[in-house]
Design a binder for this molecule. Structure first.
Ligand code: NAP
Ligand code: ZN
Ligand code: ZN
Length: 347
């Protein structure tokens, strides 16, 4: 017996998202059904809905910054109970046996983790994400939302939050470290908040000066506009760690020149086109160019608890489902302050 959920679907790369219905299976023994409260709009949703990356199967229901309340639980569920506030991020399953799964890095599962949307689930069906009224997920891939955290502000933590927390922790952002965040959108603004809470000296590199006041309010000490060529002279060899959230074509060599000796640039933004850079940009100061994808379940819970302990949440603009297509245009125009979150009651 399945449940019918209301949803918003992308039916092709060029059509606007539109309302419809999807089926959700009854929760299995180890699964919960979550009544979705809010879902964030990640730029990855837009890349997927618009076919920027290959392999999209339409119709697709995107959305992987999901928060809500458990409304049904299978007989063997022990980690969550009906009524609990929970979240789901970018993946809903993985093999659980490979070395990466065993290390708690399920997002790097060697058999391929199952993405929350546009993947094939254990039931052989295409996974459908959070732009819907409910979702059924194995309890091991469901996070606890700490008490006291506002649900809407928590939603973006499930992707944007963990995608920034993970590299900040893995590359030891903290006191005495100079960290720069390129792009202050959904990911970037969480990066500023988390890096500041970790005690790092935070600089925002944004295209214009429009977000300067906000960046300083969120915890950045410094802010520079990358449209000003002087920025790259002033900041040469400055940073220990740069996290690049930009999904457009940018001159990577210019930004690598801002890394100090042994500094690292971590790519988290996913531009559709290949990136190129000169070898000398790394060789010159023993620099590293790295990448990072979300975070594992254990680290995601750690991030949620860290955010709760430090009073952090996303800066959100809550919208009804009817405004999704307008919101997409605003994200593409870098005009989001700083994450759109859809009220799932409006699907
Ligand atoms: P977003 O909200 O659109 O933020 C991206 C920011 O990049 C913009 O707000 C803008 O900030 C800056 N930007 C945009 N166009 C630019 C350009 N032409 N040149 C320089 N800067 C530009 O997007 P998001 O949701 O944070 O996602 C960012 C990227 O990360 C996407 O590619 C997404 O798919 C990817 N992503 C990756 C992971 C992962 O696990 N690695 C997880 C989630 C998302 P300013 O106005 O401040 O310049
Ligand atoms: Zn995302
Ligand atoms: Zn695995």
């Amino acid at each position: 017996m399945s449940t019918i959920a209301r949803a918003y679907l992308a039916t092709s790369a060029t059509s606007p998202l539109e309302p419809g219905v999807i089926e959700r299976r009854e929760p299995g023994e180890c699964e919960v059904r979550i009544a979705i409260g809010f879902v964030g709009i990640c730029h990855s949703d837009i890349h997927t809905a618009r076919g920027d990356w290959s392999g999209v199967k339409y119709p697709v229901v995107v959305g992987h910054e999901i928060v809500g309340v458990v409304e049904a639980a299978g007989s063997n569920v022990t980690r969550h109970a009906v009524g609990d506030r929970v979240g789901v991020g970018c993946f809903v399953d993985s093999c659980r046996n490979c070395e990466n799964c065993l290390a708690g890095e399920e997002q790097y599962c060697l058999a391929g983790s199952t993405s929350t949307y546009n993947s094939v689930g254990r039931d052989g069906l295409q996974t459908a994400g959070g732009y819907s009224t409910s979702i059924v997920v194995d309890e091991n891939y469901v996070l606890r939302i700490p008490d006291g955290m506002l649900l809407a502000a928590a939603a973006p933590l499930l992707c944007a939050g963990i995608t920034m927390y993970s590299p900040l922790r893995n590359w030891n952002a903290g006191p005495g470290k100079r960290v720069a965040i390129i792009g202050m959108g959904g990911l970037g603004h969480m990066g500023v908040k988390i890096a500041a809470a970790l005690g790092a000296e935070v600089t925002v590199l944004s295209q214009s000066l429009k977000k300067q006041e906000d960046a300083l309010r969120l915890g950045a000490q410094h802010y520079y506009a990358t449209s000003d060529p002087a920025t790259f002279e002033i900041l040469t060899s400055r940073f220990d760690l740069i996290i690049n959230t930009v999904s457009a074509d940018i001159n990577i060599d210019e930004y690598l020149s801002l890394l100090a000796l042994d500094g690292t640039m971590v790519l988290v933004g996913l531009p559709p086109k290949p990136l190129t850079h000169r070898a000398w940009s790394l060789v010159g100061f023993r620099r590293t160019l790295a990448g990072s994808k979300m975070g594992g379940i254990r680290q995601t819970q750690e991030m949620l608890d860290f955010c709760a302990a430090n009073g952090l949440g996303a800066e959100v603009e809550i919208i009804p489902a009817s405004k999704i297509n307008d919101a997409y245009e605003r994200v593409l125009a870098s005009d989001v302050r700083y994450r759109f979150v859809i009220d799932a009651g409006t699907f």
